[in-house]
Design a protein around this ligand. Structure first.
Ligand code: OOG
Ligand code: NI
Length: 460
């Protein structure tokens, strides 16, 4: 077989994202309602702003608008994580970033499997936020060992999925028929099973150690716990959820509403209360298990390390000013804190707070000498070069912690003293995670280089 008969990993990722969406809508009908709501909100936003529609059309994003942007799973062992890395590689998704959530009281650390280069992102940006349970954070030794033994026994991949991953690695790709089969087999790993693999007693013991531990350890596999479509107006989507009686989380995570959106804003509906069955025929008390939910996201400018440091500082201010960060007048505090963050593209770019993608305008293409005569800023001012925001494709640890907390149910608040342990995570993964800033900087650099003027650098 030669490479030309291989389906591109981007194509396989699109098939997989569609199949996951269908499966999840069947499993969680409320998620289907959320998709409809988002689609209505997006249509209204487009109708209200014709220039937005034109911009999306230019960037080829209009027909994919309502497609999911990410999902999330949680696994229990290094072997599961390492095999997931190989499985996602078949779909052109690589681990980017390290997220430590133990500081926020969730005993996991995580990465995002996602497409990396600009062309792949444009084809289909589907990503999977993937957490690895930190078993060492279970305090009671006997329970910790029991959990480890349960996880050691389970196999979350079908034999055929494992064969097709190997086939991909050896042949450098999968043909259309193999790809179709692969998507079907991979889907099995992420399916919900309402039968626990452990006794009711063990489930309860793990649940009281931490609700998340029970969710990871007691089932056959890492069920997909949410999918997340993109909205053009997350505030309107949040209001629409409330208006329809959907139990939305208390606040939108991330930065406040702005003229120039930055990073990522997220909200979700609270997790369903799932019936769980046990081998001896028992049932969990109604409402015990809360794992699966639906989420919405809105993305904006990717920030440089300098911009990110400012974001982290202002977010910290807003949260400290009122405690937990999710109460009462939090939106007002957040908006007040972010008054200190420039909110026009020109300043954001000139101050080196965000990454931009540069391109020649028609006038610039017609007159290369005029372009090269002055500085980059001169060329932009003269209408010879455009600078468009590079969109943030990753996650935010404080926001992720808020999403976890709101969906685990219960009202436990605990903190782990454990340090972040990126080395242990990468060892489990079997590979280093990529640095998000390096990826955005390369996109910016490539666009600058393509202007054809030597010596121009992005503002720092
Ligand atoms: C993942 C929560 C984090 C996000 O969008 O920040 C997340 C989980 O609950 O497993 O998905
Ligand atoms: Ni999410």
């Amino acid at each position: 077989m030669n490479a030309s008969t291989h389906l591109s990993p981007d194509e396989i990722r699109s098939l997989f994202a569609q199949a996951m969406s269908r499966m999840y809508r069947d499993e969680v009908p409320l998620y289907g309602a959320l998709m409809e709501l988002v689609s209505e909100v997006n249509a209204a936003a487009l109708a209200a702003d014709p220039s937005l529609a034109a911009r999306l059309q230019r960037s080829d994003a209009l027909d994919r608008l309502d497609a999911e942007r990410h999902g999330a799973i949680r696994v229990g062992t290094p072997r599961e994580l390492a095999t997931l890395r190989r499985l996602f590689a078949v779909m052109g998704m690589a681990p980017v970033g390290y997220y430590d959530l133990a500081v926020a009281g969730v005993p996991v650390h995580a990465t995002a499997f996602r497409p990396v280069d600009a062309a792949a992102l444009a084809r289909n940006p589907f990503r999977v936020f993937t957490s690895l349970l930190r078993l060492e954070l279970i305090e009671e030794a006997a329970l910790r060992e029991k959990a480890a033994a349960i996880l050691e026994r389970r196999e979350i991949f079908t034999p055929r999925a494992l064969e097709l991953i190997e086939r991909f690695e050896q042949a450098g790709g999968l043909d259309a028929e193999e790809a179709r089969e692969f998507v079907g087999e991979a889907l099995e790993t992420f399916r919900w099973h309402s039968e626990a693999t452990v006794s009711h007693d063990t489930y309860q013991a793990l649940l009281s150690a931490h609700r998340l531990i029970a969710d990871v350890v007691c089932f056959r596999g890492p069920h997909i716990n949410h999918l997340t479509p993109r909205t053009l107006d997350i505030d309107a989507a949040q209001d629409a959820m409330r208006a329809r009686g959907i139990d939305a989380k208390a606040v939108i995570e991330g930065p406040p509403r702005r003229r120039c959106p930055i990073l990522l804003r997220q909200t979700s509906f609270k997790a369903l209360q799932e019936p769980v069955l046990f081998p001896a025929g028992e049932r969990a008390d109604a409402g015990t298990h809360t794992a699966r939910f639906g989420e919405i996201e809105q993305r904006g400018l990717a920030l440089t390390p300098k911009g990110r440091a400012l974001y982290d500082r202002l977010l910290g201010q807003a949260r400290e000013a009122g405690g937990a960060g999710s109460t009462g007048d939090y939106p007002a505090r957040l908006a007040a804190a972010f008054a200190g963050f420039p909110d026009d593209d020109d300043t954001l770019r000139r101050e080196g707070l965000g990454y931009y993608r540069y391109a020649l305008t028609e006038a610039g293409r017609a007159d290369p000498d005029a372009v090269a005569r002055g500085s980059l800023d001169d060329a932009i001012d003269a209408g010879l070069v455009t600078a468009d925001p590079v969109i943030y494709e990753d996650f935010l640890p404080v926001s992720a912690a808020g999403i976890f907390q709101s969906n685990l149910g219960g009202d436990e608040q605990r903190a782990y003293a454990a340090q972040a342990n990126r080395d242990a995570f990468e060892q489990a993964l079997g590979a280093p995670v990529q640095d998000q800033f390096a990826i955005y900087a390369a996109i910016e650099q490539d666009s600058l280089r393509a202007l054809g003027v030597s010596g121009w650098a992005a503002p720092a």
